[in-house]
Design a protein around this ligand. Structure first.
Ligand SMILES: *Cc1c(COP(=O)(O)O)cnc(C)c1O
Length: 418
């Protein structure tokens, strides 16, 4: 039986308003609906062209429809799609080798998203502390403004109270401390702490780079108390900051690292990696997922890692970053009443909207979108740039041109707050 039940839905005209009719209203997507994209070029239903400086949300780092990934995935699609956890597969074995050889880690666990990677990391840290030290050692320390995902555990660990409101009762023994505040970390990290989780650069929280001395202090405090240090590199990982993972630039090694977003370039996959000593505290049946490490996702991720983890590729990310910063520094100088200094690492860059225009980042990105440039925000006050890592100098220049036009229009039409 190959005949499909013909309801006409597969060919029915749909548009942005269909979203409002049949999707659970958890998002407020843009008015245009993208239908096709290649590299950083994207087209909507009306055929209008956009330059994509969002990469999803720092996901499609090798560009849309990357030909190497299309080819690898197509070949795997004809080979094998899915197996239960009763079987392993060649792509996931190769991916685990690639990931552990490229990082501090000895072992990898695969899942389908950043939240799931953090869920696995937090559960493993609790299990480790529980079996090694006893049930009293269960506290989790996280930072204010952090973001770790949307499962009940990860959203409770995340430092944005607006995301947990109404979902109580929440998981217990979780405390939040200000980011980059060493004194607060010293006061909070005691003998009952099982894990400290931190983004080496806060993404959703406003693109705020971690301070080297702060991250070092977290490492020392974890060592002194037997707590595990978890780096959430879901957004900062896989080349985004100019090294494969951001931890390399701080010279600090976490105990557990989580990765997702760019790892699959848009094909859903998450990973939690750790050492042999810690990994053994998860045993058969401790944790799992139906799709984690499936051959399709693993094939894509393996090819992503092979392409990004090359000295020349990462050097180009740093070069493109310097060029983006140069453009934004000039933009700040030309519009000092609108922007504070750009900040970030590699091609994860935030531009704060300041003064009388504070909180108006979205107004600017909306105008830019109308002019053909897609940008992200990171909270209401920051424009976030996360172009594909393959962005060319010409595309950086074009983005600068459109953004300038958008800011010029914004300043001409916006009424500044008194
Ligand atoms: C996006 C993100 C997550 C959540 O990832 P999902 O794939 O949406 O579950 C977790 N941590 C950080 C730092 C992120 O940026």
């Amino acid at each position: 039986m190959n005949a499909k039940l013909d309801t006409g839905v597969t060919t029915r005209a749909v548009g942005r308003k269909t979203f409002d009719e049949v999707l659970v209203p958890t998002y407020a997507p843009a008015a245009m609906v993208p239908v096709r994209a290649i590299g950083l070029d994207l087209w909507d239903q009306a055929g209008k062209h956009y330059l994509d400086f969002t990469s999803g949300i720092a996901v499609s780092s090798l560009g849309h429809a990357n030909p190497v990934l299309v080819d690898a995935l197509t070949r795997q699609l004809h080979q094998i799609w899915h197996l239960g956890n009763g079987y392993t597969n060649e792509p996931v074995l190769r991916l685990a080798l690639a990931l552990t050889e490229a990082t501090f880690a000895d072992r990898a666990f695969f899942c389908n998203s950043g939240a799931e990677a953090n869920e696995a990391a937090l559960k493993l840290a609790r299990k480790y502390a529980h079996t090694k030290f006893g049930p009293h050692k269960s506290r989790i320390i996280s930072c204010l403004s952090s973001f770790h995902g949307r499962t009940l555990f990860t959203v409770s660990v995340g430092g944005q109270p607006k995301y947990t409101e109404g979902f109580e009762p929440l998981p217990q023994e979780i405390n939040h401390i200000p980011y980059n505040d060493i004194a607060a970390a010293r006061a909070a990290i005691g003998p009952d702490v099982a894990a400290v989780i931190v983004e080496p650069i806060q993404g959703e929280g406003g693109v705020i780079p971690g301070n080297g001395a702060y991250l070092e202090a977290l490492r020392e405090l974890c060592d002194a108390t037997g707590a595990l240090l978890i780096f959430d590199e879901v957004q900062s990982g896989v080349g985004r900051t100019g090294t494969l993972y951001a931890y390399e630039q701080f010279g600090i090694t976490p105990d557990i690292l989580t990765s997702a977003k760019a790892l699959g370039n848009g094909y859903p996959i998450g990973a939690m990696v750790t050492t042999n000593e810690i990994a053994q505290h998860f045993n058969v049946g401790s944790h799992g997922t139906t799709y984690g490490g499936n051959p399709l996702a693993a094939t894509v991720a393996l090819n992503v890692l092979e392409m990004i983890n090359q000295p020349a590729f990462l050097a180009r990310v740093k070069e493109a970053s310097a060029k983006l910063f140069a453009h934004l520094t000039q933009l700040c100088a030309d519009f000092p009443q609108v922007f504070g200094p750009a900040r970030g690492m590699g091609l994860l860059v935030g531009l704060p909207v300041i003064g009388a225009y504070e909180g108006r980042a979205k107004d600017i990105t909306k105008i830019a979108e109308g002019m053909g440039l897609m940008l992200l925000i990171a909270g209401p006050g920051v424009i976030r740039f996360a172009p594909a890592l393959i962005v060319s100098d010409a595309q950086l220049l074009e983005a600068d041109r459109i953004l300038r036009a958008a800011v010029t229009e914004f300043v001409a039409t916006a009424t500044p707050a008194a």
